[in-house]
Design a protein around this ligand. Structure first.
Ligand code: HEM
Length: 450
């Protein structure tokens, strides 16, 4: 039975802080176990210490709804994420706040309009087929790398109308370095002053230079011709606010990098975890295959097929419950405030561990079990709002939500139609929680043609 929410929140003392760093070392050591244990042992709102600073973890869907929706104007993105991402994305949507964020969101939203993104379905399927044409039956591949390549190709084409599927290209390396460096920075407990030229900062500079060298000429060229090439960048360049003003070139650049950063590894991780979970659950994989076969009847997938693939969607939803590609989001209040009966100081970091909430027995009996049946219409309707939020929630919900679901459904159906994947024996599957939740040692799988 799925419980309903209650209005009283249990709050206790949080976990004992260490002498150095408070709870920060435990959090960095194993973020998933740390936040899950906090939820299990300390209740709906858990006080923490980051060094001497008060911080909190909130675990109840009602509290999460208050922060993300009801009182969202009182909260900004937490400074930790700003610190990690700003060097790449400047004032990009993912970390901007207040009126500036509101304007940008309005300007970017049309690029993600259903009609607009539906035009990308063929690109998604074509690149998937190109990847699958490379796969040989019996060989072993790192499926995490494969999904990264594929989602980058798709981002390149849909964002810039650029074909990135060539064997070696600078942008592939730059994006890989960026994702790597973002995750290293997110694990750091102590941050050195910005002026110290660490190897990581030197590489960051190089990566940004590569982005500039590639993106700036494209923007200049598009400005000159004023052409709508049908990609997301065209929309960013053409979009106007109510005063008839658009974004300047720097802002278009920042938003383009934001979309690459936010839209590439997340979708790739969702697919990698889904393929892993299917390999561990042959009955579910068989049921999925039967759905795909009966709908596609051997032909390639199209946009129209998506609504006929409900089980494929259930599998993806359940995979993102068990392994949410963005495992945690952070906010901070702009003023001293009250939440769930606790006084919270201005700018105190508040964590929402999507991973912990997705593993709460109150909403998900036997939470470790991979069970797509949780996502039948009937079962889903029993869940409280904000008990499931792979894409966040409220006005700042993922802008690429529908794009990602469309992409993941088409890719998963196309793979399952042709191949069955099994984990290489003894390959260690270890989720690593940085900004995203990725398999630490990749995902070595053997590919067998059906
Ligand atoms: C499975 C894939 C994806 C997952 C799980 C995911 C998850 C999320 C989450 C949880 C947030 C909210 C962060 C917060 O509230 O702090 C978010 C925001 C965002 N996502 Fe995604 N995302 C995915 C794919 C994409 C794609 C494909 C794009 C674009 C092409 C994208 C672009 C963004 C942007 C720009 C934001 C910031 C929105 C704002 O603050 O207004 N994401 N995403």
């Amino acid at each position: 039975m799925v419980a309903t929410t209650t209005k009283s929140f249990n709050a206790a003392q949080g976990p004992a802080p260490d002498i150095i760093g408070g709870n920060l070392l435990s959090l960095r050591r194993d973020p998933l176990v740390f936040t899950l244990n906090n939820m299990l042992h300390y209740g709906d709102i858990v006080p923490l210490k980051f060094f001497k600073m008060d911080a909190y973890q909130i675990n109840h869907p009602d509290l999460i709804g208050e922060v993300l929706t009801k009182r969202y104007g009182e909260w900004h993105k937490s400074f930790v994420y700003k610190f990690i991402l700003a060097d790449y994305v400047g004032d990009g949507l993912i970390i901007s706040d207040g009126d500036f964020w509101r304007r940008q969101r309005k300007l970017i939203q049309p690029a993600f309009h259903t009609m607009r993104i539906q035009a990308y379905a063929d690109t998604m399927v074509d690149y998937t087929q190109q990847l699958l044409d490379e796969w040989q039956s019996g060989e072993t591949r790192d499926i995490s790398d494969e999904m990264m390549r594929l989602t980058l190709w798709i981002v390149g084409k849909t964002l810039f109308d650029a074909d990135l599927s060539g064997a070696s290209n600078q942008i592939y390396q730059a994006v890989t370095d960026m994702l790597h460096d973002v995750s290293s920075e997110s694990r750091a407990v102590i941050r050195l002053p910005q002026w110290i030229p660490t190897p990581l900062r030197m590489r960051k500079k190089r990566t940004n230079q590569i982005f500039n060298d590639i993106i700036v000429p494209i923007i200049e060229e598009r400005r000159k011709t004023g052409e709508d090439t049908g990609d997301l960048l065209s929309m960013l360049l053409l979009s106007k606010d109510e005063n008839g003003e658009g974004m300047d070139d720097k802002q278009v650049h920042d938003e383009a990098v934001t979309l690459v950063l936010a839209g590439h590894e997340t979708t790739s991780n969702a697919l990698t975890w889904a393929l892993y979970l299917l390999s561990q659950n042959p009955d579910i994989e068989q049921k999925l295959y039967e759905e795909v076969q009966s709908v596609l009847e051997g032909r390639t997938a199209t946009l129209e097929d998506i609504r006929k693939l409900p089980y494929t969607e259930m599998v993806l939803k359940e995979a993102m419950r068990v392994y949410p590609p963005v495992w945690n989001i952070g906010r901070m209040p702009l003023e001293d405030t009250e939440l769930g009966g606790m006084q919270i100081k201005q700018y105190a970091p508040v964590m929402i561990s999507i991973y912990a909430v997705h593993h709460d027995e109150r909403w998900y009996p036997d939470p470790e079990k991979f069970d797509p049946e949780r996502w039948t219409k009937e079962n889903e309707s029993k869940l409280p709002k904000y008990a499931y939020m792979p894409f966040g929630g409220g006005p700042r919900i993922c802008i690429g939500n529908a794009f990602a679901m469309m992409e993941a459904t088409l890719i998963l159906a196309s793979i399952v139609q042709k191949f069955t994947l099994s984990l290489v024996p003894n390959h260690p599957v270890v989720p690593e929680a940085t900004v995203t939740l990725r398999p630490k040692y990749g995902m070595k799988m053997t590919i067998t043609k059906r």
